[in-house]
Ligand binder design. Structure first.
Ligand SMILES: [Zn+2]
Length: 288
């Protein structure tokens, strides 16, 4: 057997291997290889979030390794090798860079075995099961972290507002925010604020009203700019189950203009998991 063949045990990261058989050329420019590897793919957005790296695979051999930074809709990829307007709907691609030397050296020119009948253009490595279990580990880490914050906050003899401020700082330094950054592609889920310094992990059902599990549930979070976070937190805006914005009558037209709130706004990536928290927000937080 070829000693270059990777076995499941050799792979310790979550990786998606993309076949580039049709577009690969010997000695093609690095930028082009990156561009044909990153998209566009008919891939589950949810699964893709748990990938650390991507392989560019030509006839079973790994030609390049990329560290994935984020996933975008194929229409937003701005690839050089394929016009965006011809991209079929519902596909995604990643943005990333060539992996660090250590990882590259481990995998470049190694061979991936494809079983007979394994025709799909990409596959999850080491395997799909490992991929999903990593997702669970991720969630457990968030739960542990949130429980730690709770334990520290509860005994503090300070008012609720101060507690809330401490919680916000801690949550916004941790894994809960990391998961939201990934989910919303490092961007406010309502507007185009992308500067990470300003993006806030906002709980939909307020922290103080949430059970421990709910506090750690990424479905109970939105990623927002300071502006939209404040409006949402104070109940001046909320969302229906389609993600469409509802604006409180307490905001004047002038408020809306200067606070960048518009009745046409909506959250695109609303999950089923968001809905129960949003229901609470509409009923208990929103100021009609
Ligand atoms: Zn915003």
């Amino acid at each position: 057997m070829n000693s270059n063949v990777l076995k499941d045990g050799d792979i310790t990261e979550n990786i998606i291997a993309f076949k580039v058989n049709n577009s690969y050329k010997e000695n093609m420019p690095k930028t082009e290889l990156y561009d044909i590897t990153r998209g566009c793919w008919r891939i589950s957005y949810k699964m893709a979030q748990y990938a650390d790296y991507a392989f560019s695979v030509y006839k079973g051999t790994i030609k390049e390794v990329y560290k994935i930074e984020k996933w975008l809709r194929a229409e937003e990829l701005q690839r050089t090798t394929f016009p965006d307007e011809e991209v079929p709907k519902g596909r995604y691609g990643f943005v990333g860079k060539i992996a660090e030397k250590e990882i590259r050296d481990k995998y470049i020119e190694k061979v991936i075995e494809y079983k007979k009948g394994e025709q799909a253009p990409f596959k999850y490595l080491p395997n799909k099961k490992a991929f999903i279990s990593k997702r669970k580990i991720c969630n457990n880490e968030v739960i542990e972290e949130i429980q730690k914050i709770e334990k520290e906050i509860v005994p503090l003899n300070i008012d609720e507002e101060s507690k809330k401020a401490i919680v916000n700082v801690r949550v916004n330094q941790g894994k809960f925010r990391d998961l939201l950054l990934k989910r919303y592609n490092n961007k406010c889920c309502l507007c185009d604020v992308k500067n990470q310094k300003f993006l806030i992990a906002s709980h939909i059902k307020p922290w103080a009203k949430s059970e421990s599990k709910e506090k750690a549930d990424v479905n109970n979070g939105f990623l927002m700019c300071p502006n939209h976070d404040r409006l949402f937190d104070k109940g001046y805006i909320t969302f229906d189950d389609d993600g469409k914005i509802k604006i409180s009558n307490k905001l004047t037209k002038t408020d809306c203009i200067f606070l960048n709130v518009d009745s046409k706004m909506h959250i695109e990536q609303l999950t089923d998991g968001n809905k129960k928290y949003l229901k609470f927000h509409r009923e208990k937080v929103f100021e009609t």
